[in-house]
Design a protein around this ligand. Sequence first.
Ligand SMILES: Cc1cc2nc3c(=O)[nH]c(=O)nc-3n(C[C@H](O)[C@H](O)[C@H](O)COP(=O)(O)O)c2cc1C
Length: 337
Amino acid sequence: MGTLLSDLKNPDKKPLLAAPLAELSHLPLRLLIEEFGGCDWYFTEMISAGALRAASPYEDFYTAAGSLADRTVFQLAGSDPDAFAAAVERLLEIPGAGIDINMGCSAFTAVQKGWGIEWMRDPRRAADLIAYLRPLIKDRTLSVKMRIGWTADEGFFKEFAAALESAGVDFLTLNPQIKKESRGRSGDWKWVKLLKETVSVPVIGNGNIIDSETFAFRAGLNGFPGFGADGFMIGRGGVARPWLFKRLSDLQNGAAAGFEVDLTAVFDRFTELLRLYQPPEFYPSRLSRFLFYFCGNFRFGHRLFSEVKKAGRNGNEMEAAVRGYLNRHPEERFSRI
Ligand SMILES: Cc1cc2nc3c(=O)[nH]c(=O)nc-3n(C[C@H](O)[C@H](O)[C@H](O)COP(=O)(O)O)c2cc1C
């Protein structure tokens, strides 16, 4: 197995990466994705640098990477360079592939704390953070996940990316949206191409890859020109269908045919892994978060998710709702992709 950076620099390989997703891309989901195969590298959900420095009680769950540690990038969020430095020091004590800085999150609570896209206000300040962390991170990769910016300003976008590159970032991931775009809106991948033309470090494209067609368009397969990305990061599509990575890597390898998945088995395994690797008090919120996307596999998924929500914080009732649905609709048990 090569390193993350050698994978990204290999012109014959366009690695697939599982995106950081708060309360979703925890170890259980990553293990489930891994069991299907197809995903090359994993990102943790954003981990608060301040909380990690303070050794808050749940931090071990956020940093847990198990058997996937060597292929896991820890994503940090924060506003204080010294908190980042202290968090890096802690992360270097456990195995891992790299450390990513979240400069793209635009959730209200994150922005309020100066996290995420707040870093995209000032290229100099962002570059100073990278230059400060670079020597601390040693032989692991240091990367940044970013958006287009607060507005669609090409000049600023290029200046920001170039500043990060000069400061020593190893690669960049772009979710090509501006600050105010909601999570539902589709990103514009022409910005991925622009980023690729702006920097010489590898660029990972991210956003709205949900099936073979959306992947082929963005990855330049099946006659599409693509956008030049060196790797592809997938978020929500991989929660709804943890087997999507396998399907897409098959596609990269020329396999036209899809395969069938047993949704009951997927659900059983997810709940099993969630119980094994997350604290019990996380169970209802993480299950509900997962089901928000997973229910999309079902014909009456909206109705099912309403039932899930009615269960409030009762994980057993949420499970019963899903199992009841599958019993009532045995024809929906198998999904073809
Ligand atoms: C529920 C949710 C949580 C997210 N959490 C994070 C996060 O912790 N860190 C981050 O950089 N991006 C986060 N994102 C953004 C995703 O990583 C990704 O950029 C975005 O969802 C677009 O990719 P997709 O269309 O493949 O989902 C989050 C997005 C969603 C929907």
